[in-house]
Design a protein around this ligand. Structure first.
Ligand code: 13P
Length: 256
């Protein structure tokens, strides 16, 4: 982290976990544990939990996010949710391009770009996920993959709109596997992605953008990962479902 240049952000990605009663209980447990946080704290919850989570977090420093949104304002897109619908609910954040969407639901770089632009147009802040597969790391094309995903996702996004984007570097092989990237691997990839942003938008914009790491980040390894200059926070899956674990990661990101 380099807090003199940019914001530290810890976001939980609950994925398809927690019903409304469980969501309410988890946020209630989290509220006192993170009330003194020295970083932004976000919980990205299933669509069905948004209203409950928003109410539970009302008046606290916890912000609520969704895990996807569609690019159209409305229309015949069965089961999709528009960015405007999220905005109208008072949901300020949305994850876009998560590798599970790419792997299981046919998400492509081009559709990620459409979703990113629609979310920004609606006034949401985007957590944009990029990251390579294990086979791609083994072929030494991690940089190429991250550059391509980042560049296509940001096509048509203005420098001003970039202020409402957080990038999450999530190596697919580290997600839900217990295999964390080493802090050096995370730092290197995040630094590389910052370089891509610099090529597109210049040094000031690159220095200011928050780039998280995600993939088996937990209470034990958070400090070491966050000590990397280019790791400005985390996108947390499994460990975000347990309040004490998530709070410990928030604490690690709250250090000066
Ligand atoms: P885990 O922390 O469970 O590995 O998940 C990471 C992730 O996919 C966050 O978006």
């Amino acid at each position: 982290m380099n807090k003199s240049l940019r914001k530290a952000v810890i976001a939980g990605n609950w994925k398809m976990n927690k019903n409304r009663a469980e969501a309410k209980a988890l946020i209630a447990e989290l509220v006192p544990l993170v009330s003194e946080a020295g970083c932004d704290v976000i919980c990205c919850v299933p669509f069905t939990d948004l209203e409950t989570a928003r109410k539970a977090a009302d008046g606290t420093n916890i912000k609520i996010g969704a895990q996807n949104c569609h690019w159209a304002e409305n229309g015949a897109f069965t089961a999709e949710i528009s960015a405007g619908m999220l905005k109208e609910m008072g949901v300020p954040y949305v994850i876009i391009g998560h590798s599970e969407r790419r792997q299981y639901f046919g998400e492509a770089d081009e559709t990620v770009n459409k979703r990113v632009r629609a979310a920004l147009d609606a006034g949401l802040t985007v957590i944009l996920c990029v990251g390579e597969l294990l086979s791609q790391r083994e072929q030494n094309i991690t940089g190429e993959i991250c550059a391509m995903q980042t560049k296509i996702a940001l096509q048509g996004v203005s420098k001003d709109a970039l202020k409402n984007i957080i990038i999450a570097y999530e190596p697919v092989w580290a997600i839900g596997t217990g295999k964390t990237a080493t802090s050096e691997q995370a730092g290197e990839a995040n630094g590389f992605i910052r370089g891509v942003v610099e090529d597109l938008y210049g040094k000031d914009a690159a220095n200011a953008i928050t780039i998280q790491y995600g993939g088996s980040m937990n209470a034990k390894n958070a400090e070491e990962l966050l000590d990397q200059e280019h790791v400005d926070g985390g996108l947390i899956g499994g460990a975000s479902l347990k309040a004490p674990d998530f709070a410990a990661i928030v604490k690690a990101a709250s250090r000066p």
